[in-house]
Write a protein that binds this ligand. Sequence first.
Ligand code: SF4
Length: 123
Amino acid sequence: MRCSNCGKCCEKTEMELSSKDIERLEKKGYRREEFAVIAGGVARLRNVGGWCYFYSLADKKCRVYGKRPLGCYLYPVVYLMNEGAVVDELCPMGQTISEQELRTKGKILDKLLKKMDNERKCK
Ligand code: SF4
């Protein structure tokens, strides 16, 4: 897909984090208490002033782009109950995603969601 770097997906984010996401970001020197909020056993990206902790408003880009959470990499492919993997209608460039990319990212998303579900059960 062609991303326009609009930043919409980084505004008021509710992106869930897997244990691997957290480990990867900690290896970059960030502390989980800073970038994540944990509620009901679910870790999510923290917002600061309405934007993801890692989003630079000045540069209009992600400060950890190469190490961003897998859910951010998969976006705008999201999972909807009863529909499965779909392209999020909030993404203005969503129509540029190919069927092939949707299928591929959908499979990865499915595995990720199962993994995060297992992680929660093991806590
Ligand atoms: S980690 Fe990066 S890509 Fe993901 S929501 Fe935050 S700023 Fe956006």
